[in-house]
Ligand binder design. Structure first.
Ligand SMILES: *[C@@H]1O[C@H](CO)[C@@H](O)[C@H](O)[C@H]1NC(C)=O
Ligand SMILES: *[C@@H]1O[C@H](CO)[C@@H](O)[C@H](O)[C@H]1NC(C)=O
Ligand SMILES: *[C@@H]1O[C@H](CO)[C@@H](O)[C@H](O)[C@H]1NC(C)=O
Length: 388
């Protein structure tokens, strides 16, 4: 501060002198001009010196901080391959469905990944809110962190409350209202798929509900899904009122009655089919307009569309066991009294289906619907029942 004042004084004094000089010699323009030039020169030099001292004594910290930040961000190498293959750091975003689906539909045209990729299964939970079976899932996932991702769609008003140690912590995606049997149910499924597609390491996509449980260990499920030639989308041609009876001829010409399929809502799809589902603009409007209750769109839209587009990629069966034998609009719910080794052995082994064109008795990897009161027994016996 002291120095600054001194410089100012020094800078000013000669100028006053020169002005006085010029005033004395009236009409001497070159002298007057020289005076002004001197004045500005001195003011300029004065300010430069002031600034130099300001920076040296007051601003050092800020400048060095700035430089430090600059160096840091440079050393992170902003355009490395890692930046292009890294999934988003958070599931929260402000994209609307159009923006999200557009972004999620990006497909690389070179099929070999130029880096080591561990293909993951994306477990997508379509729920109202809470996941009563979460502790069982936690046990199931433990130790397989490199091979799975989790996405949860809830009612938009639901606020999840998982501790940071939970596999479900911050796994909720921006969600919207879902009504049973309506197109907004398929929208939610597409939203789950699209969010999961943003992570290029996700290769298989499994849709689950809050009432689902895994029937096998993670290793068994991973190899069953990853080695399958087909995706497990239920798709069958059912005569009668609950199958073909729900077809509407207004869907012509895109969809004929021979192409009309029914299947369980709970599917597994590979990455190609997942992209086909979220990018569809051809069949969506037909289903939205002409498949309304008593046509339940979630049972028909994906099975029919994929049967038309990629029949050879479909196993035409679901991986999720459910019991309709009790009749009615909803399947059976299993509670604590149903939980026994025999109960699960039947589901796990007493069926026949085809796997990679070979007959097998392991047809189901997941099952529903389980009531929250079944949880304790499932947790206590999960090693015996399921091998995890
Ligand atoms: C310098 O840094 C301090 C602390 O970081 C901050 O409070 C101050 O506003 C900064 N000054 C300038 C001029 O940026
Ligand atoms: C959130 O979790 C904490 C601790 O697990 C619990 O005490 C609290 O009641 C929960 N809040 C809600 C709204 O569920
Ligand atoms: C599934 O059904 C389609 C016809 O709807 C058929 O072309 C395809 O071969 C079936 N998939 C298997 C694995 O049998």
């Amino acid at each position: 501060m002291q120095l600054r004042l001194v410089t100012l004084e020094e800078g000013k004094n000669p100028t006053f002198n020169s002005i006085r000089i010029t005033n004395q010699s009236k009409g001497n323009f070159p002298m007057r001009l020289l005076g002004f030039m001197l004045l500005f020169l001195c003011i300029g030099v004065g300010f430069s010196i002031i600034n130099m001292f300001k920076i040296r004594y007051l601003g050092t910290q800020n400048i060095s901080q700035g430089a430090h930040t600059l160096i840091q961000s440079c050393s992170q190498d902003p355009n490395s391959l890692q930046d292009w293959i890294e999934p988003p750091s958070t599931y929260m975003h402000t994209l609307d469905d159009n923006e999200l689906f557009w972004r999620a539909s990006f497909v690389p045209q070179i099929k070999d990944y130029p880096f080591k990729r561990s293909p993951k299964i994306a477990f997508m939970f379509l729920t109202r809110g809470p996941l009563p079976m979460a502790p069982l899932w936690e046990k199931f996932f433990k130790g397989n962190e490199e091979l799975y991702s989790i996405y949860v769609h809830t009612m938009p008003t639901y606020r999840a409350n998982y501790s940071s140690s939970s596999v479900f912590y911050k796994k909720h995606i921006p969600s919207q209202v879902v009504e049973w049997g309506m197109m907004n149910m398929c929208d939610a499924e597409r939203r789950l798929l699209a969010n999961a597609l943003l992570d290029i390491s996700n290769e298989w996509f499994v849709l689950l509900s809050e009432a689902c449980i895994p029937l096998q260990s993670f290793n068994v499920i991973y190899s069953y899904i990853s080695r399958s030639e087909f995706s497990f989308m239920g798709a069958f041609d059912e005569p009668g009122p609950y199958g073909r009876g729900r077809y509407d001829a207004n869907m012509l010409p895109e969809i004929t009655i021979d192409q009309w399929r029914k299947g369980s809502q709970w599917f597994e799809a590979n990455r190609k089919l997942a992209i086909d589902i979220i990018k569809d603009l051809k069949y969506y409007p037909k289903f939205e307009r002409f498949c309304r209750p008593d046509c339940y769109v979630d049972e028909h839209y994906f099975p029919t569309m994929l049967t038309i587009q990629s029949p050879n990629l479909l196993a035409n069966r679901t991986l999720t066991y459910v019991d309709w034998s009790r009749g009615g609009a909803h399947p059976a719910t299993f509670g604590k009294d149903d939980m026994s080794a025999e109960f699960f052995r039947k589901i796990q082994q007493d069926h026949t289906c085809s796997y990679n064109s070979q007959p097998t008795s392991v047809c189901f990897l997941f099952a529903r619907k389980f009531a929250p009161n079944a949880l304790d027994l499932l947790l206590q016996n999960s090693t015996q029942f399921f091998g995890y």
